[in-house]
Design a protein around this ligand. Sequence first.
Ligand SMILES: Nc1ncnc2c1ncn2[C@@H]1O[C@H](COP(=O)(O)OP(=O)(O)OP(=O)(O)O)[C@@H](O)[C@H]1O
Ligand SMILES: [Mg+2]
Length: 311
Amino acid sequence: MSFIKVENLVKKYESNTAVAGISLEIEKGELFGLLGPNGAGKSTTISMLSGLLTPTEGSICINGIDIVKKPMEVKKILGLVPQEIALYPTLTAKENLDFWGKMYNLSGKELRNRVQEVLELVGLEDRKNERIEKYSGGMKRRINIGAALLHRPEILIMDEPTVGIDPQSRNHILETVKRLNSEGMTVIYTSHYMEEVEFLCTRIGIIDHGRLLAMGEKDELKRSVITMDKIELELSKVTPTVSERIEKLEHVESFTVEDRKVTINSRKSEELLGNVLSAISKMNIKVLSMKIQEPNLESVFLSLTGRALRD
Ligand SMILES: Nc1ncnc2c1ncn2[C@@H]1O[C@H](COP(=O)(O)OP(=O)(O)OP(=O)(O)O)[C@@H](O)[C@H]1O
Ligand SMILES: [Mg+2]
């Protein structure tokens, strides 16, 4: 049986169906990514997975335990990093972690040690005695993550933990998540940043309008969508001959020429590139810049929904 098994999960708010029938299974030790735009239903799904919200329909079993029937048992092995920061601004980072540790029934030496370990893990040991209100957004997020780790959960559920923060904290968080996962923690990571999910996760679900539009291994998802590589070239000049020559090359599916920019769609960009470059140089034209774009999760999303992940 899967470590986490979700069957036909539905959440309705009066007239609005936020989650419209999601089924998924996650194995122990996986780093599963849930990717979707604003309002897709990510937070609602996660709130049900962590026992904060009761599903309208469907079931969730974690480690064989039904979360609706026995929420406390499941919560013991779960750590949730909510989208909204859940910290007291006037307390220091250490005091905040002490508070959360006590909520998880830690005390005495065990609590002290664990708070210290978590401060080191999130890289804020040297700032532990500063009040949270003086922290940057990224530092707050790191403490928010620390709070979810105090009771050594087996599963870490993170709801968009890097929104609106500085690159340094973002990298620290991504590296921490990778490390926790490599040490055996099962992680569910939601985001609307395609590049984060692409960097972190091996298996991904793409969610929109409360439904899973696609789910699978990252590479499998990319292959499942017929997308083409894009070769973008900026040339020193463009003459009518450029279009004529490009049109005749093998593996050119389609192309556009705008000002001095040539964009070519191809299924075999590697084989095509050399021929394009030599055709251009024969016309005594220089290539000022060159970019090859391979299919990514953004193109998968675009092809599934007809719109971009970010507005
Ligand atoms: N308490 C609520 N009452 C009514 N509707 C809600 C409530 N919470 C969420 N919704 C609606 O459910 C849908 C899904 O919201 P949800 O917060 O799960 O999306 P999300 O994917 O987390 O979005 P974001 O990326 O903006 O955080 C939205 O249409 C939202 O307006
Ligand atoms: Mg959300």
